[in-house]
Ligand binder design. Sequence first.
Ligand SMILES: *[C@@H]1O[C@H](CO)[C@@H](O)[C@H](O)[C@H]1NC(C)=O
Ligand SMILES: *[C@@H]1O[C@H](CO)[C@@H](O)[C@H](O)[C@H]1NC(C)=O
Length: 377
Amino acid sequence: MLWVARLSGLCSLAMVMVVLSPSLQSFPPAEAIRSSHYLRIPAGGGGYNHHLAAASGDAESLVFRRAPRFHNAAECEPPSANGTSVCDPSLVHIAITLDEEYLRGSIAAVHSVLTHARCPENVFFHLLLSEPGLESVVRSAFPGLRFKAYYFDPDRVRALISTSVRQALEQPLNYARNYLGDILERCVNRVIYLDSDLVVVDDIGKLWRTRLGSRAVGAPEYCHANFTKYFTDRFWSDHRLAATFAGRRPCYFNTGVMVLDLVRWRRAGYTRRIERWMEVQKSGAAPSGAGRIYELGSLPPFLLVFAGHVAPIEHRWNQHGLGGDNARGSCRDLHPGHVSLLHWSGSGKPWVRLDSKRPCPLDHLWAPYDLYGPADA
Ligand SMILES: *[C@@H]1O[C@H](CO)[C@@H](O)[C@H](O)[C@H]1NC(C)=O
Ligand SMILES: *[C@@H]1O[C@H](CO)[C@@H](O)[C@H](O)[C@H]1NC(C)=O
């Protein structure tokens, strides 16, 4: 409970700062940008890859500590006797990506979900990986965790990604969220997608039970954000393209936290619709093309298909932008209101700033979930 007190303390601090500084009240939402700064190992280490490669066989070289086992509260529906069936209807399904670069963040995210869940034994993780073998790190960090690992073939999207888009946003794994309807078992009807640079500080069961009405995607919406800027002049000046949003009230939403109704998703073929927009972008960016329709990577196709058709979720479930604009020295604050999830979207990541001994105040709320590093002697 100590950190809860700390969090509420920080919240009031944040509130005061918001009042004092109008410029803090809103900031441009940023997509998670992958940087490769943090792959440094504590002094004496050989290198991250080396340690990971050894992780499956050699317990001594594990770079992540083991989390305690998490147990259900008394009122939880007991998971089925089978224990491991992914089709058990009492499960809460979460999808998250796992790659070497963001592994530390993904592990902290999983840790945070389990820490605050009322029914942690009913949470099932779907891990999407671009490098086979990373799941062994998760297995050893979380004894008894229910999960399934899926290899996401980068070639699935490589041909669709326009090369002119900023390199940093073009990690194929960023696009894995587009394919959850295909990748996950058919019996999985709903899934929560989480980015790897966030921590959940509330019972994930509450987010799971969010009503989506007739929508396939639920996410916090930001209708005050300038929606125009997510697309190029070419997009807005081409009437056929701009007509995409006719009759809709499109608002920005962050694709780092989404509740997806996979039954509706599969039925409507949303994966293919997203891919079609990626094709439009790709052909526009070609030398003979008419021009790109957006600058960012995986976000705009989602906006094209879903903006204005999203089930709005409370903003507390995605306090985003905490990463700021650059890796160091641009600390962001919480948006006003409650906090159930803290999201370091933007280019600064809490583990980088903590390691470099230049953390932002809110980075200290991430630290308790970090399992990176050897066990205390
Ligand atoms: C165990 O799982 C299998 C396959 O998932 C299912 O057919 C069977 O009915 C389950 N048994 C129980 C006791 O839940
Ligand atoms: C929104 O963004 C566009 C493109 O960047 C810009 O031209 C426009 O002035 C902005 N509108 C507002 C209200 O800030």
